[in-house]
Design a protein around this ligand. Structure first.
Ligand code: 4AD
Ligand code: MG
Length: 430
């Protein structure tokens, strides 16, 4: 038997088809049973009439949500059906029965998270997961076109790199290691061999905050490039995001629409100029337009990021954050030593940081001091310092928070929906 998917069956549009999937909805009377069948491609209405199935009517009558079924029948256009087609079923086979599927209408978010292994079948999650997948495929294409090499690095690492307070410790034989907070330090080692490298990997932060934008395990798309400085790396980050976002918006318009996002708006946004400004300019705007006084010397807080982004309809790159609160590897700007040669990209609407990056310090002494300032032992970073000893070159890189981007472009209230099985401070099952 050759099965066509539901979408293929509708593309064929007339005649006999065989298809299979899961019962998405069902309703019936004592003469007729309507089943809306779903597969990964779409949904379709199927009709089973008692006249044709007098012997099996009890079984058909008992078919419940999420039963898996193979069926054969005649497909035809029907404007009353949810996707414009209907199959008049001639033969059917129940492959796996389903009894009282726990997910019914109007369940609480917590219930849906407890049943995430079942909830990922929902139309909403399917759309999000397709967009996420297509985004990953676009990203691979982009980096290949731009002449980058993919470089895989360890998840178990000997050091912290983005702040000791958020590392997860792992018992590793007789010693202690940490789950990767970033790929970066190894990406930096690789540029001396491959020059332009990237990767996407699971990234771990023991975030104590229970916000709608923080996960404990997330996927970061990271890039590191030899020779490039801040200006080149920030422009390249914009290019990457513009490419990937417009590509998925072009490929999956219906998925975006089902999530309440107009894909044409995303494509238009990617054609615009995305501004770059200094952190000090952000403080000025916050003061002049929003009456918010922020003292130079702190990272931007959520409320400040949200407020500044209300003035923009594209992402904005903010550079030159205060050096003293930045990660140890972010160098001072030689002309303005209280500022670091670093950047964040903030996105409109939700107003969250989606990208973080910088030039990398080449000064071992400066980095050792920063590490001591952060309570770390510089001796643990000898492998990293070696990179500055043997043919050091200027270089820069950045990391894109994949779930943050998906949350924003899919208009999701919570970052947890941007990943199949979220991990947060309060959630590590299923
Ligand atoms: O700004 P971050 O901490 O930068 C780095 O880790 C650099 N080492 C990256 C690099 O230069 N190669 O993290 C980068 C991005 C953030 O902008 C944010 O989008 C995302 O990762 N991110 C998180 N996403 C979800 N949950 C969390 N707890 C996140 N922490 C960071
Ligand atoms: Mg950051």
């Amino acid at each position: 038997m050759k099965y066509t998917t539901i979408q293929e069956s509708m593309d064929i549009g007339t005649g006999e088809v065989s298809t299979r999937g899961w019962v998405y909805r069902e309703r019936g009377s004592n003469k007729i049973k309507f089943i809306v069948l779903r597969d990964s491609t779409n949904i379709i209405q199927c009709v089973l009439k008692k006249d044709n199935f007098a012997n099996n009517w009890d079984e058909i009558d008992g078919i419940q949500m999420e039963t898996s079924i193979e069926l054969e029948g005649t497909i035809k256009k029907d404007d009353r059906a949810p996707t414009g087609y209907e199959i008049d079923v001639k033969e059917y086979k129940i492959v796996g029965s389903s009894d009282s599927f726990p997910i019914t209408k109007d369940q609480s978010p917590e219930f849906l998270l407890d049943n995430r292994h079942l909830w990922i079948r929902s139309r909403k999650m399917v759309s999000i997961m397709k967009i996420r997948s297509a985004y990953g495929q676009a990203r691979e294409e982009f980096f290949k076109k731009e002449g980058f090499w993919r470089f895989d690095t360890p998840v178990l690492q000997p050091n912290q790199s983005e702040g000791g307070s958020t590392v997860f410790e792992v018992k590793y034989y007789k010693v202690k290691t940490y789950l990767a907070q970033t790929w970066q330090l190894y990406g930096e080692a690789a540029i001396f061999a491959l020059e332009k490298v990237y990767n996407t990997g699971p990234t771990f932060r023991a975030e104590k905050s229970k916000t709608s934008r923080h996960l404990s395990e997330f996927w970061m798309v990271e890039t590191e490039v030899a020779w490039w400085k801040l200006k080149e790396i920030t422009e390249f980050a914009k290019k990457e995001l513009k490419y990937c976002i417009s590509k998925v918006a072009e490929e999956l318009p219906e998925e975006f629409e089902s999530l309440g996002r107009d894909p044409k708006e995303l494509i238009a946004m990617c054609k615009k100029e995305w501004p770059t400004m200094k952190y000090r300019e952000v403080l000025k705007i916050l003061e002049e337009k929003d009456g918010m006084k922020v003292k130079f010397g702190k990272d931007l807080r959520t409320v400040e990021e949200e407020t500044i982004m209300q003035h923009f309809d594209t992402p904005v790159v903010v550079t030159h954050y205060p050096q003293e609160v930045m990660a140890f590897y972010k160098p001072k700007d030689p002309d303005y030593p209280d500022e670091a040669l670093c950047f964040d990209m903030l996105c409109p609407e939700v107003g969250i940081e989606i990208v973080g990056g910088s030039e990398r310090s080449l000064d071992i002494k400066e980095m050792s001091e920063n590490l001591k300032r952060d309570g770390e032992n510089p001796d643990d970073y000898q492998f990293y310092f070696d990179l500055r000893k043997y043919g050091s070159v200027p270089h820069s890189g950045y990391g894109v928070g994949l779930e943050r981007v998906i949350q924003w472009i899919c208009k999701l209230d919570n970052i947890k929906d941007a990943i199949g099985f979220p991990r947060t401070m309060l959630r590590w099952t299923p």
